[in-house]
Ligand binder design. Structure first.
Ligand code: SF4
Length: 397
């Protein structure tokens, strides 16, 4: 079983971001972490006997928290859950929010993987995105991280930025690969409703999807070239792509994310966090004041009544067998080595061919899928049109 912990605080909101995060002062951060620790204890009591194999602290900007707050989160988890001695424990960080003191505390409490949000090595692009850092600040942070002894580090970059050219992307890829992080995630910018980027680029985004000429964003064709260039560049530098947007060298894949694509059950703790346990999925409350109120009631010995199995949940839905099969294919085929026939059988007690045989056959005939050594996976051509291909695995009703 995996754990996800959500920290909904950022120094400043980036212009493209629609994640559940905001700017709150330190007093609020302390109240939130106290509430989170109450939820950790409350939920741990429901999962006695389970072993936690990965912990992922995401956000938001978890590295913005004071090190004592991070210490109390991890310590509370370890005291209340059974955490495997070899668990991967990752924390998302942003340049400019780490110090050597903080990193030493991270190491001492068992954090063993960091994910740094760089996005671009070009300062004009960072400014356009509304990030708090410039490239030099990132370099300083990366240096601190290495000096503190972290040997499992991810760097996030973005493609499809406004006015991004192959030359600009090459500059970012070159700057990042020279540092030799163990892992690189390269996601495409998505223009999300409700963000300042949406107001600025919504018409361009529509044109992009329609395959028309754009003004600021790359055209559909240019986006594809940027994506392909990233893939080839990273392969040349020894980074193996193991998922549509994720690359690792030396086998240092993100175990937490692989678990997610393999539908390993996970418990999400903190504001808006999602869980997948047994045959249900749930999401936590998104209102920070309500979230804190629930924890304060529990601390006072009163568990608030709820229609759901946790007072922290805002939604809770049954996952039917069909839903689970769809997810198995949808998520599993994001991995470059695809899904295993044996895992499908173990999970559902039926052969994958009995459910998806005709679809797999048709996709193989079209060159979108292939099979080898008990696994079924998308070909390069299939990955290029993955949205359309994956949609075939949805049931009609
Ligand atoms: S740092 Fe990350 S979570 Fe925070 S606003 Fe920027 S993109 Fe969003």
């Amino acid at each position: 079983m995996e754990l996800y912990i959500h920290i909904p605080f950022c120094v400043k909101k980036c212009l493209y971001c629609d994640f559940l995060s905001g700017v709150f002062d330190e007093k609020m951060q302390r109240r939130y972490v106290a509430a989170l620790c109450t939820e950790i204890k409350y939920m741990a009591a429901k999962y006695v006997g389970e072993t936690i194999t990965t912990i992922y602290v995401g956000g938001g900007t978890p590295s913005w928290l004071h090190e004592n707050l991070m210490d109390s989160i991890i310590t509370t988890i370890k005291k209340n859950f059974h955490v495997s001695a070899t668990a991967e424990i990752s924390v998302e960080c942003n340049p400019g929010t780490l110090s050597s003191e903080k990193l030493n505390v991270y190491r001492s409490i068992g954090i063993n993987r960091l994910s740094i949000g760089l996005q671009s090595a070009n300062d004009d692009e960072l400014k356009e995105l509304g990030r708090i850092h410039d490239y030099n600040r990132f370099l300083h942070t990366f240096d601190l991280v290495r000096k503190a002894g972290f040997d499992n580090v991810n760097v996030d970059i973005m493609t499809g930025l406004p006015h991004q050219t192959i030359e600009k992307l090459e500059h970012t890829l070159n700057a990042v690969t020279m540092l030799r992080p163990e892992h690189i995630s390269a996601y495409s910018l998505i223009i999300e409703e409700g963000t300042p980027f949406y107001d600025k680029y919504k018409f361009d985004a529509v044109k992009q999807h329609a395959g028309m000429e754009t003004e600021d964003l790359p055209t559909d064709e240019e986006s594809y070239r940027l994506y392909k260039f990233t893939m080839d560049y990273l392969a040349q530098k020894g980074y193996k792509r193991y998922e549509i947007s994720n690359y690792a060298r030396g086998g240092k894949i993100c175990k937490h994310n692989v678990g997610y694509w393999d539908r390993v059950p996970y418990i999400g703790l903190g504001l808006g966090a999602a869980s997948l346990c047994g045959n249900y999925r749930a999401t936590n409350l998104r209102d920070i004041y309500k979230y804190i109120e629930i924890s304060e009631s529990i601390e006072n010995g009163q568990v608030p009544s709820s229609e759901f199995s946790s007072p922290y949940y805002e939604t809770e839905d049954e996952v039917t067998r069909k839903d689970a099969m769809e997810e198995f294919m949808f998520l599993g085929l994001r991995k470059i080595d695809g899904v295993s026939r044996a895992s499908f059988f173990n999970m559902f007690g039926v052969d994958i061919e009995a459910i998806y045989g005709p679809i797999i056959k048709a996709l193989r005939n079209q060159g979108f899928m292939d099979a080898k050594e008990g696994r079924i996976f998308l070909t390069d051509v299939g990955i290029d049109v993955s949205n359309q291909v994956l949609a075939q695995f949805l049931f009609d009703d």
